[in-house]
Design a protein around this ligand. Structure first.
Ligand code: A2P
Length: 272
């Protein structure tokens, strides 16, 4: 099992990332430090989370080589147009104290209809050498189609909600066809999928925890995973997912847990 996904430019994104949504600024350095010690080499943050500063501090304190760590961050949710994008890039780089490897449009907000303009602004910032990889989050097929219509390179990543109760396969298939890597947020269904009896049964068979089984399912589907966890023990447990495998039957049993739209735990991006 490859521990990275290679994007078209050749850069390699570590497939196990640590999600930092809802980590308070004062706890971030310690929590991210815990993740880096546990072996995570990808940290997912956002302007909206207000914790980029702690992410940067943890990366510096880790003693790891900066290029061995991948930092994803995201534009403020209402950022729109070149000036706001450039200000946000400055603010992110300033808070992190280092470059950002991947910068995403956080939500398309289709009713505002401005995401194609924001995408163009990200493209310009990348062309100016201010950003390495760029991508999107919570984009549906129609929104991806609109930003692909300019004929430019596709986003490196679409970060979307995905987990066994909401497999999000239509968007995933569309991304696969267009060479866009998929990263799953709330890969454990915000914790709700941990209690699923099928997950519990597969976990018993595999001699692993429910969280490990779910994360392994994501990895075997080919996605990047961004689990969140609060305790050192859970942070470490969720990193130990590269030394076992689910067989085809176990994968299918988990595939069958998909509840479609009813399985979403977060907001539907179409409605924002
Ligand atoms: P906690 O924050 O108390 O550690 P998701 O990443 O899908 O949003 O899921 C996050 C939720 O899953 C959090 O409530 C987190 O609890 C819980 N969680 C994460 N890892 C584990 C684990 N290994 N065992 C049990 N619960 C976990």
């Amino acid at each position: 099992m490859e521990s990275t996904v290679t994007v078209p430019g050749g850069r390699r994104i570590p497939r196990l990332g640590f999600g930092t949504y809802q980590i308070a600024p004062r706890d971030t350095e310690q929590r991210v430090g815990e993740a880096l010690r546990a072996g995570y080499r990808h940290i997912d943050t956002a302007r909206y989370y207000r914790n980029e500063k702690g992410v940067g501090a943890a990366v510096r304190a880790s003693g790891l080589v900066r290029d061995d760590i991948w930092i994803t961050s995201k534009l403020p949710i209402d950022a729109d147009g070149a000036d706001e994008v450039n200000r946000a890039v400055d603010a992110t780089v300033d808070a992190l104290g280092t470059h950002v490897d991947l910068y995403l449009i956080h939500w398309p907000r289709p009713r505002h209809g401005r995401y194609p303009r924001t995408w163009q602004a990200l493209r310009s910032a990348q062309a100016a050498g201010r950003l390495r990889e760029i991508g999107v989050s919570n984009f549906h097929q129609a929104q991806l189609d609109r930003i692909l219509a300019d004929g430019g390179p596709p986003p490196a990543v679409n970060q979307i909600e995905a987990h066994p109760h909401f497999a999000n396969n239509a968007v995933r298939r569309f991304c696969a066809e267009r060479g866009i890597a998929v990263a799953a947020w709330s890969p454990l269904g915000a914790g709700s999928v941990l209690r699923d009896p099928t997950i519990a049964a597969v976990a018993r068979e595999a001699g692993r925890s429910p969280a490990q089984v779910i994360l392994r399912w994501h990895l075997q589907r080919g996605d990047i995973v961004l689990p969140k966890a609060s305790t050192p023990q859970r942070i470490r447990q969720n990193a130990a997912v590269f030394d076992f495998a689910l067989d085809a039957r176990q994968m299918t049993r988990i595939d069958q847990l998909d509840r479609g739209e009813a399985g979403r735990t977060g907001p539907n991006p179409e409605r924002l």
